[in-house]
Design a protein around this ligand. Structure first.
Ligand code: ASP
Length: 513
């Protein structure tokens, strides 16, 4: 045992994380939560009780003057629907369970009032989630000070304002173009594979009713993306608030303006401020090194808990849809980025995909571009040879607005839902998907699960029923992991290409070879 641990510790970081991921997935699959068992916490204050409910035939929830029915395999929908109710609505809700009594074999009905919580019964795999959550929190807390300090320090060496504007325009232009390519690939994959036409009638109706409340709550969220608003919102009214709230675009704006202005005040005044930010930056980089050391454990916990909670049954029903998304993502990642890197940079294809792997694994296990940012920045500077000035601008901007994976997935999802509902999308509608999914992906926050909410904007624009989101909710977690991996790879490729075009990249691949 000790020798196995020693062997594990001697591997290089990427291998350790990969092993952790595979072992975590196996662990999660073995200790998968029981899909036919829930705990219902109910009862008035002071008399709260927990009922352990197994193998129900049907569960009816009466809430908000309506009723929802959940069959044997609809645990996920039941829990999501209850979670979406406000606490006061929950307290007025009633749950009726119909099941066969294990001892007598008779059909019995149990009624629970004053509902507090409905949840699955955890396993050891889900019990390790807090370790993973701490890991994500550590990464996220590094991100803001790291971005602020490295942007300020970087901007102090950018004296030419037109140069700044040119990098900015180039980066945004590049991001919009690659995102549009991504959606086009997504649309093509969905049109060729036709996942919607391969889905049976029964699961379709079941999913729509199972996730009804969850989807309605998402549809009710305020959703709008306006380019003008995005531009106006880039200017913070209070930089400290921007940092406190993690508003990345505002932080980028502040960092550049502040760094540039520092160079125009007397040197003796600017120097200590720059030194201070250099110190913060170095400390944050050291912290990234430390967090990377514990990454295998964080990744293990996250994957074990996610797989442990995942209902594999649903995967079978949606396999064609999942395949369309995954094939599209793989094509975009290995072919589009490959061609762009080959044509627009001198970085060898294999070198890029080898060095980016740690960031990809972290993106996959955290489902958050924001949490992956510190690692992506470190790899950008150390392994890809990109300068601090360009990396600290291109990557935070990319993490926020460049989401090729999310956009591609929205393209596939829109066509899939349209197909299931029997809509034949015209060329004009597909072009609308390209436009709205580009905007929606720009407006998507770099945290888990937001892509599916923004999908509603796309569906609205082409007149496809928004409730269709219910069809794909069950596999969203898994696809979120894949699309986030693509998102961060796209940012890293952009960093290499744009840094090099600005003469801000040294060739690290030769050093390594
Ligand atoms: N989780 C994705 C990211 O952070 C966003 C999304 O598509 O939900 O990049």
């Amino acid at each position: 045992m000790i020798s196995i641990v020693k062997k594990f510790l001697s591997f290089e970081l990427y291998t350790k994380i990969l092993i952790a991921l595979v072992v975590g997935a196996i662990f999660g699959a073995i200790f998968n939560v029981d899909r036919h068992r829930v705990q219902i916490e109910h009862g008035p204050d002071g008399e709260i009780e927990t009922a352990d409910v197994r193998n129900w035939e049907n569960i009816t929830v009466y809430a908000k003057d309506r009723e929802w029915n959940f069959g044997r395999s609809e645990q996920d929908g039941l829990i999501r629907n209850i979670e979406r109710l406000r606490p006061s609505e929950r307290r007025q809700a009633r749950i009726e369970v119909i099941k066969i009594d294990e001892e007598t074999g008779e059909r019995v009905t149990r009624v629970y009032d004053t509902i507090r919580k409905v949840e699955t019964v955890g396993t050891v795999a889900t019990a390790v989630r807090p370790i993973g959550t701490i890991f994500i929190r550590l990464l996220t807390f590094i991100a803001i000070p790291l971005v602020v300090s490295s942007l300020i320090v970087g901007a102090t060496s950018l004296t030419d304002l037109t140069k700044v504007a040119s990098i900015g325009a180039k980066t945004i232009g590049y991001y919009v173009v690659t995102t549009s390519i991504a959606i086009t690939i997504g649309l093509s994959a969905a049109n060729i594979i036709q996942p919607g036409l391969r889905m049976a009638e029964e699961p379709r109706e079941r999913f729509v009713s199972e996730y009804q409340e969850d989807v309605e709550a998402r549809i009710d969220e305020e959703l709008e993306v306006s380019v003008i608003d995005q531009i106006v919102n880039m200017v913070p009214t209070n930089p400290l608030q921007a940092m406190a709230e993690g508003e990345m675009l505002q932080i980028v704006f502040f960092g550049i303006v502040f760094g540039l202005i520092l160079t125009s005040i007397p040197r003796e005044k600017a120097e200590p401020v720059i030194k201070l930010f250099e110190g913060i930056m170095d400390a944050m980089i050291k912290l990234v090194e430390f967090v990377m050391k514990i990454a295998p454990y964080g990744v293990f916990a996250l994957i074990a808990a996610t797989v442990g909670e995942f209902g594999f049954d649903i995967l079978g029903t949606l396999i064609w849809y999942v395949m369309a998304v995954v094939i599209g993502l793989l094509i975009h990642m290995f072919i589009t980025y490959g061609i762009l890197l080959k044509g627009l940079s001198s970085m060898p294809y294999l070198y890029f995909f080898k060095e980016i792997r740690p960031a990809q694994l972290i993106a996959f296990s955290t489902s958050s571009s924001a949490a992956t940012l510190p690692i992506n920045m470190r790899l950008g500077e150390e392994k890809m040879g990109c300068s601090k000035e360009t990396t600290s601008f291109i990557l935070p901007l990319g993490a926020t607005i460049n989401m090729d994976g999310t956009a591609l997935y929205q393209g596939v999802a829109a066509v899939f839902i349209a197909q299931v509902y029997g809509f034949d999308l015209t060329i004009a509608q597909q072009l609308t998907v390209v436009l709205t999914a580009t905007l929606a992906s720009i407006g998507t926050a770099p945290v888990p699960g937001v892509g599916i909410v923004m999908l509603i904007i796309v569906l609205r624009a082409i007149g496809v029923p928004e409730e269709g989101v219910a069809l794909i909710l069950g596999v969203d977690r898994i696809l979120d992991m894949m699309r986030t991996l693509t998102n961060v790879t796209g940012d890293a490729a952009a960093n290499v290409i744009i840094s090099e075009s600005e003469g801000k990249r040294s060739d690290t691949s030769k050093q390594a070879a």
